[in-house]
Ligand binder design. Structure first.
Ligand code: FAD
Length: 422
């Protein structure tokens, strides 16, 4: 990886080097030496900066297909070495009701349903890999000040401290997160839905081993997830907690001392996982559903959270973004192999058409889950509990749900099938 230089023309410029942008840079660079693209990544914060918003104190539950993508990119062994905890079973329950189901990896013919990785560790693995590629130029800390697009080229003005630089490219990719500057400058409209919910996240230690079980418990204020984590610094039996609460409740839970917080959590979750004995710092994230109305334009593609943000209930946001990465990289590399201009709208529309079904299905199923489980309307409560119980008895239904949770929706990319881009 080269640091800022005078070389100003790039094949692809990626704005945002967070989880999704950094993954795209790695994916495109993996096609070398057969297809060697010159790639720029423009990122506000170094991956280990305390204000880096992507590689923060959260964890991400990676679906099995995300693992496959990282495996094909040669990144998985490093992620695993740094710390990826396999989810062998997911236990889903409805608080205060009898609905309950288990999804088990062996029922899906798989060794794991997914893997839990701390975002900071993912950042470390991704940036280590970025640094190994000579054709990736990292501009960091830097941000985009403005850009102009014509038929042939995008010109991007960036600021790095008090310096400015002008770069040009045939394809600009917005991977700059939910508040995407690029998306707003291009005046691309979004559909937004506020949930009036926020997620409190922290890590929890328990007095019993987690046995690689993840828990999803639906409560009347919102879902509560416990995801198993590897041991760290002598602390074992760790879980990552994602606790969704109504916005008006959040301040109270953030302000509690640790003991009171753990007692409130125990009361809400029950003792299925054991006694909660330790908690780390708590942080909250407001939640919404957002989808762009267009994800491509001539010489512009929008991916990851810049294109869609989901409720974290099913742990799908980054997984969906990584599937954007795998599809866009495949379309770009195929176009280059066929000597086509991958920044042309007709080419980018192949990417948009490919992603449509997965995006719609994943965002609708995530949204339905939130709505279905936050109502107290009796007929819905009865129906959802019967559905959970039925699922436990109907293997076909569970296999379908399991495949979706594992990230195999619609046309599966080469990278997710274990095939390199070229
Ligand atoms: C509580 C919570 C739990 C979650 N759990 C899961 C989970 O279990 N599984 C899952 O798949 N997903 C999960 N997600 C979703 C996941 O975190 C996001 O989908 C993911 O972070 C999106 O990555 P991104 O790179 O698209 O955007 P971001 O993470 O927002 O990264 C954007 C990057 O762009 C940079 N940037 C922004 N503007 C500029 C600019 N103008 N110039 C240069 N750089 C810029 C930022 O510094 C940042 O590095 C969760 C989300 C939340 C809130």
């Amino acid at each position: 990886m080269e640091n800022n230089t005078n070389k100003t023309e790039f094949d692809v410029i990626i704005v945002g080097g967070g989880l999704v942008g950094a993954s795209l840079a790695c994916a495109l660079a993996s096609a070398a030496p057969k297809v060697e693209l010159k790639i720029a990544v423009i990122e506000n914060y170094a991956f280990d900066h305390e204000q880096q918003p992507s590689f923060d104190s959260r964890t991400v539950a990676l679906s099995y297909s995300s693992r496959e993508i990282f495996e094909t990119l040669g990144l998985w062994s490093q992620i695993e070495k740094l710390g990826a905890c396999a989810i062998e079973e997911i236990h889903v329950s409805d608080r205060g009701h009898m609905g309950l189901t288990h999804l088990r990896a062996h029922e899906q013919g798989s060794e794991a349903l997914g893997y839990v990785v701390e975002n900071q560790l993912l950042g470390k693995a991704l940036y280590q890999r970025l640094s190994e590629y000579k054709n990736i130029y990292l501009f960091c800390p830097a941000s985009v000040a403005s850009f102009t697009t014509d038929k042939q080229l995008v010109e991007v003005k960036i600021t790095e401290g008090d310096k400015e630089a002008l770069l040009s490219t045939r394809l600009l990719v917005a991977a700059d997160g939910g508040q995407s500057f690029v998306r707003q400058q291009a005046d691309i409209k979004t559909r937004n839905l506020e949930y009036n919910q926020s997620a409190i996240i922290t890590n929890i230690a328990c007095d019993k081993p987690h046995n690689n079980i993840a828990y999803e418990r639906f409560t009347d204020s919102g879902p509560l997830a416990l995801l198993p984590l590897n041991d760290c610094e002598g602390i074992s039996n760790r879980y990552s907690l994602v606790w969704t609460l109504k916005n008006e409740q959040v301040e109270k839970y953030l302000a509690m001392d640790d003991e009171t917080f753990l007692a409130a959590l125990q009361q809400r979750f029950g003792i299925r996982a054991g006694q909660f004995i330790k908690t780390a710092k708590r942080v909250s994230y407001p939640l919404e559903l957002m989808r762009v109305k267009e994800s491509v334009r001539q010489r512009l593609a929008i991916i990851g959270n810049a294109a869609h943000t989901l409720h974290p209930v099913a742990g799908q946001g980054f997984n969906l973004g990584l599937r954007d990465v795998a599809s866009l990289a495949e379309v770009v590399i195929q176009a280059r192999l066929q000597q086509e201009d991958f920044g042309e709208l007709y080419c980018l529309q192949k990417y948009e058409a490919w992603r449509k079904r997965d995006l719609l299905q994943t965002s609708l199923s995530t949204d339905s889950l939130v709505r279905l489980f936050t109502t107290n309307f009796l007929p819905v409560v009865v129906a959802r509990n019967m559905a959970l119980l039925a699922m436990d008895m109907l293997p076909g239904m569970k296999i379908n749900m399991g495949r979706q949770a594992m990230g195999f929706v619609g046309k599966v990319s080469r990278l997710a099938r274990g095939l390199p881009l070229v």
